[in-house]
Design a binder for this molecule. Structure first.
Ligand SMILES: Nc1ncnc2c1ncn2[C@@H]1O[C@H](COP(=O)(O)OP(=O)(O)OP(=O)(O)O)[C@@H](O)[C@H]1O
Length: 655
């Protein structure tokens, strides 16, 4: 394999390879110079001389302080730049980067004019705190911090930028305050970027020269750090200077090799950092689940008692902005939210969470008006599409997260979390990290985590979308069982008609952010109010106008119907695919709607076939027939057929 790869690897063009090699040589030569001129026998003596030891100690002291200050100031600054939109952000970012491109001596002059004795802040610092920065070790710290902090800020900002915000938003929906979210979710998840930035910052502070000598001076034991020593030694003892340079070189190289380029802000890679394995790992995940028999949901009789608030939380919401709608639902109602792409489903959920300025929700849960509350105080739990399990926490710690955020003692929170995991059939996986779970298992843990947070409103954004068919059916069953005991309202965004019809008590159809239909599944299936919903539910839906003798199609065709609507009213004619008959020859008999056409597509749905027939006389029509019937008719793509629909099988829905 590797030999094959070596053979197929393309040779880089000489015009690019040559300058690149020259660049490497250009960077390498000075290092070779140091190595070749080092008096290896005397390195020990040079590095242990009192002056060097003193400078080394001072360098470590100054660089560690500079690192501490950079962390203290730079971490919040990086967070602000990455997370908060504000005016002048480009200017602040340029300001952060400035010390990286400014000649360090110019930086030193600027520091003198800012913090020096006669600088802007100097007299105040001296008068109030008795602090004089120049010619003092604290001055060396300030100079080192000035030049080194940008490395921390850009590295961390890059890492924060690559972190999906759904983790932090989910944490907030589980009740964690912004500060708690920052320390328990954000920081651990960007730890590689933070560590890399910190290492670079420290290395840069250790090597700082120009700003220090200009601003803090070159006083032995006070501000004379190792790089300043090198400069002095170069004049009197060049060999000692080479030995000290070698030391700094080794430290810098060691830091860079250890980081292996990570400082440029590598985002947390989905799978490796612990995002759940998508269950589209398919058969493998399903097989793994089946194999772990203890993972099957518990039969209702064996389900441990729900450790949740036993309250009942009706919902009343008035949403304005992109979404314009009012929603009322009794406790325990499950509502499927459906609509075309861009209809405003996610925006509605985010408005209820208080997470978007694009829509505003006046929200009442039970007796409490939570409109003015921030997301973490609303008790509205959210399960985003990918589950957003925190990759650095075990399934148990993930599930206990909401309880811990509500200050439930650790032991109690873990006990309750374990109960929820047991209820959802994943109790045996409590110790696993999300990366070690299949998609179906991860979704159950995400659901357990949301329910354990004792929400009063539950929002599930396409909870089963990432799962394969087998796992999807199993998790749907689990979901139905456990939503049954939930005392609040549950909104499930879905594109899957089976999910909408089988899970929900009501289907809320959105179009352009508004309610197009809000009715029980049976009613929506029978009387869909838009062609899109009808098609989503697998039905034929033809828009047209009611006429005296039936239904007029815009193309000029006519439909014979048993029911009638006031003449001229706009309506949808709904025809179930099972009500469409397919024939080889023109059918004779009772009054029927009959069209001639040709088969455009045949697809399998479960044990039946759906046949799409195109016709010049009527819109496209889908028929559902058995494979045996299809074989008898000899149907293939392009077959000439006749379709018929009884007048009594056409339902008219006034628009
Ligand atoms: N942050 C945003 N800024 C501006 N417009 C946005 C933003 N987020 C969404 N939109 C727009 O708002 C509309 C509704 O988006 P939303 O994500 O709520 O739709 P959806 O029904 O969830 O769609 P989908 O089924 O594709 O997920 C879309 O037209 C979308 O382009």
């Amino acid at each position: 394999m590797s030999r094959h790869l070596a053979r197929t690897r393309t040779r880089p063009p000489v015009t690019l390879a040559l300058p690149a090699l020259l660049a490497v040589a250009f960077l390498l030569l000075p290092l070779i110079g140091i190595l070749s001129r080092t008096a290896w026998g005397e390195v020990g003596a040079h590095l242990s001389s009192p002056g060097v030891v003193q400078a080394l100690r001072l360098s470590l002291f100054v660089s560690l302080w500079a690192l501490g200050l950079s962390l203290l100031l730079g971490v919040p600054l990086a967070w602000l730049l990455a997370r908060v939109p504000f005016k002048g952000k480009a200017f602040v970012r340029s300001l952060v980067l400035l010390p990286m491109v400014l000649p360090p001596t110019v930086g030193g002059v600027a520091l003198l004019l800012g913090f020096g004795r006669r600088g802007l802040l100097g007299p105040w610092l001296e008068g109030t705190f008795g602090i004089t920065l120049p010619f003092h070790t604290s001055g060396a710290v300030v100079a080192a911090t000035f030049v080194a902090m940008p490395f921390l800020v850009i590295s961390l900002e890059g890492a924060l930028g690559g972190l999906k915000q759904s983790y932090e938003e989910t944490a907030a929906s589980l009740g964690a305050s912004p500060v708690r979210v920052f320390f328990t979710v954000t920081l651990p998840m960007v730890a590689p970027g933070l560590i890399a930035g910190a290492a670079l910052t420290w290395a840069r502070a250790l090597g700082e020269f120009g700003a220090t000598i200009t601003f803090a001076g070159n006083l032995p034991g006070t501000t004379q750090t190792l790089p300043l020593q090198v400069y002095l030694l170069l004049q009197d003892e060049p060999e000692a200077a080479t030995s000290v340079s070698l030391l700094l070189l080794v430290i810098a190289m060691a830091v860079l090799i250890a980081l292996r380029g990570r400082w440029t802000g590598t985002p947390v890679a989905a799978r490796s950092a612990g995002a759940p394995a998508t269950a589209t790992d398919g058969a493998e995940a399903a097989a793994a689940e089946a194999e772990r028999a203890p993972g099957a949901p518990l039969p209702a009789a064996e389900v441990p008692a729900a450790p949740q608030d036993t309250g009942h939380w009706p919902l009343h919401a008035t949403v304005t902005g992109f979404n314009e709608l009012t929603l009322d639902a009794g406790p325990g109602t499950t509502i499927a939210v459906v609509g075309e792409n861009g209809a405003g489903k996610t925006t509605l959920l985010r408005a209820l969470l208080g997470l978007t300025p694009r829509a505003h929700a006046e929200l009442r849960l039970g007796d409490a008006d939570v409109t003015a509350l921030p997301p973490h105080k609303r008790q509205v739990a959210w399960v985003p599409q990918d589950g957003a399990l925190f990759p650095h926490l075990s399934a148990l710690a993930n599930t206990a997260y909401g309880l811990r955020a509500r200050r439930v003692p650790r032991a109690e929170a873990r006990r309750e979390a374990q109960l929820w995991l047991d209820r959802l059939g994943v109790g045996h996986l409590a110790a696993r990290r999300p990366a070690q779970l299949s998609g179906g298992q991860a979704q159950r843990v995400a659901l357990a985590r949301a329910l354990a947070a004792r929400p009063r409103l539950l929002l599930l954004d396409e909870p089963l979308a990432a799962l394969d068919q087998t796992t999807r059916a199993r998790v749907r069953h689990t979901l139905r069982t456990h939503l049954a005991g939930f005392g609040g309202v549950c909104l499930i965004v879905t594109h899957d008609p089976v999910e909408a019809v089988s899970l929900a008590d009501r289907v809320l159809v959105l179009a352009d952010g508004r309610t197009l239909q809000d009715a029980p599944p049976a009613e929506v299936t029978r009387h869909p109010r838009s062609p899109w919903v009808a098609r989503m539910l697998g039905r034929n839906a033809w828009p047209g106008t009611a006429s005296a003798d039936g239904f007029a199609l815009p193309s000029g065709g006519r439909l014979v119907t048993a029911e009638t609507l006031p003449e001229g009213s706009r309506a949808l004619a709904i025809i179930g695919p099972e009500a469409v008959s397919v024939h080889r020859d023109r059918p004779a008999g009772s009054p029927r709607n009959v069209w001639q056409g040709s088969v455009r597509e045949i697809t399998a749905v479960g044990s039946r076939l759906r046949v799409l027939v195109g016709s010049a006389e009527a819109p496209d029509l889908v028929a559902e027939i058995t494979p045996e019937a299809a074989a008898e008719l000899g149907l293939v793509d392009g077959s000439k057929v006749w379709t018929s629909v009884k007048a009594t099988e056409v339902t008219l829905v006034e628009l």
